[in-house]
Every structure is written in C-alpha cells, then in structure tokens.
Design a binder for this molecule. Sequence first.
Ligand SMILES: NC(=O)C1=CN([C@@H]2O[C@H](COP(=O)(O)OP(=O)(O)OC[C@H]3O[C@@H](n4cnc5c(N)ncnc54)[C@H](OP(=O)(O)O)[C@@H]3O)[C@@H](O)[C@H]2O)C=CC1
Ligand SMILES: O=C(O)C1=N[C@H](C(=O)O)C[C@H](O)C1
Length: 252
Amino acid sequence: MTRVAVNGPAGRMGQTVIETAADRDDVEVVVGFDVDGPDEVQGVPVVDAADAADALAEYDADVAVDFTVPEATLSLAEACTEAGVGMVVGTTGFDEDGFARLDDAAEDVPLLKATNFARGVHALLRAISEALPAVPEYDLELMETHHNGKIDAPSGTAKTMLETVQEERDVEPVYGREGHAPRDEDEIGVFARRAGDIRGEHELIAAGNDEVLSLSHHAEDRSVFAAGALDAAVWIENQDPGRYDFGNVIDQ
Ligand SMILES: NC(=O)C1=CN([C@@H]2O[C@H](COP(=O)(O)OP(=O)(O)OC[C@H]3O[C@@H](n4cnc5c(N)ncnc54)[C@H](OP(=O)(O)O)[C@@H]3O)[C@@H](O)[C@H]2O)C=CC1
Ligand SMILES: O=C(O)C1=N[C@H](C(=O)O)C[C@H](O)C1
C-alpha cells in the first residue's frame, strides 16, 4: 500500500485524486496540504502547506502527488527533499527557473513529472512521432480546449505535443493569428480555447495533398488523470532519486 500525500486537496484535481484513490486498494491518501484550505477533504486531514515537511514524516507518507500551481509545487519540492519523500508532479505552467528547481529536487528524491497522466495522451505522443515522417510537407496546426478555470495557456500537454513535433520537424510556433497573418511554411499555429467545464481536448492536424490527418485526444473525466498519477505514485515509491516521466510507468 502506497501512502500518498496530496498537495492542493480541495482543487479540481486534488479532490479527484482523493476520490479515485478511495476506490483502489494499492494506495491510501493519508494527508493533504493547502494554504487557508479546509481542515479536511473527504475525510483526509489537511495540514498547512508550510508544515508539509514535518507532516510527511508524521503521516508516514511514501509519495506526494501535486496538482496545484508552480509556486506551490516548488515549495512542496523543498519539503519532500527535507523529508526524503518522492514526488509525482502534474502541475503545468513552470518557467525555466521552475524546471531547474525541480531538477535540483530530483537529485535528492525520485520525481516524476508529466503534463498529462492520461494513457491515451501518451499514446497520442507516440503516434505523432510515428506519423510525421510520412507527411513531411504537410502544414501542422495544434489546438487545445479546456474549462474556463484553467490558468495557463497553452496547456502543458500542448507544449509537450509541440516538443514532440519539433523532434521531427523544424517548425516555429505562432500563438494565435490576427490581422494580416499569412502562413509561413515552417510555422505551426498553436491555439488555446477556454469554455465551460471541458476536461481537456488536444488535436494536431497535418494538412496537404488533398487530405487532412487528425491526431487527437479527448479526456472525458478528470479521473483519467488521477488514475495515471496514482499509478505513477505506486511506481515511484521504490525508485532511486532522479527525474522520471510517465513513459517509465507505462513501459514498466
Ligand atoms: N498532468 C495532468 O494530467 C493534469 C494536470 N493538471 C494541472 O494541475 C494543476 C491544477 O489543476 P486544477 O486541479 O484544475 O486546479 P485548481 O485551481 O482546481 O486546484 C489547485 C489547488 O491548489 C491549491 N493551492 C494553491 N496554492 C497552494 C499551496 N501553496 N499549497 C497547496 N495547495 C495550494 C489551490 O487552493 P486555492 O484555490 O485556495 O488557491 C487549489 O485548491 C494545473 O496546473 C493543471 O494544468 C490538471 C489536470 C491533469
Ligand atoms: O488544467 C487542466 O485541466 C489540465 N491540464 C493539463 C495540461 O495543461 O495539459 C492536462 C489536462 O489537459 C487537463
């Protein structure tokens, strides 16, 4: 049984992680960390995030799972380093300094970060790598759609898709278009839509030669992300310090 601490337990994903864990027998959420949050969420005690290092030890947590904001993730990374506890990071929107600080933490504890914990998105990334060499001249465009509460744009997954594309094609992103904006053959348009409670949609199209190839993923429920993150928590519990990604869990 992997004992899990959840950072941001009252958030959309934090609540879903707790709900999803309750239906599994390989994980148990033992504590949550928040700032000015409730005292408990679904029966899980919530401790002030400033006291996370002590609480990780007190509640004997094996792994911390984080879906919050970059500042909160980085503060949790310090606590995990102090407590010697591994981390699963789902939060998106880090800048270069944030990535570097996660790398620093991974020198002391195992740290697995993924911009998307849906297995289907992992398959989508592999499909993109496989497909692009077959359509070398086609125009590429990337679209993502999320709920109206999402802060960062484009989504972390869209950025990962862009990186995957750029491993195959030398394209420069153009974030939205406006006014006189003729398309350059080496550009890839990147578009972010925000509406309602859409869980997460991503699509890459490749168009040319009288055809359109569409590679897409649609998350129907946040539990798909929570399930992947909990699979990652179970996997990372016994790993050595270092940086890992969701592919390590899928390929185990
Ligand atoms: N990798 C993946 O598969 C997925 C990643 N995500 C990412 O997860 C992140 C969270 O998404 P979502 O759950 O929708 O966001 P929410 O805003 O619903 O939840 C974030 C939670 O973090 C809390 N929080 C803020 N600061 C701290 C802190 N210092 N310590 C602890 N908790 C804190 C917030 O509390 P308060 O509201 O009081 O500030 C809130 O409850 C985003 O970056 C999103 O992109 C989301 C889905 C899947
Ligand atoms: O904020 C969300 O909701 C999601 N965020 C992740 C991202 O930024 O890619 C993953 C998923 O699409 C849901």
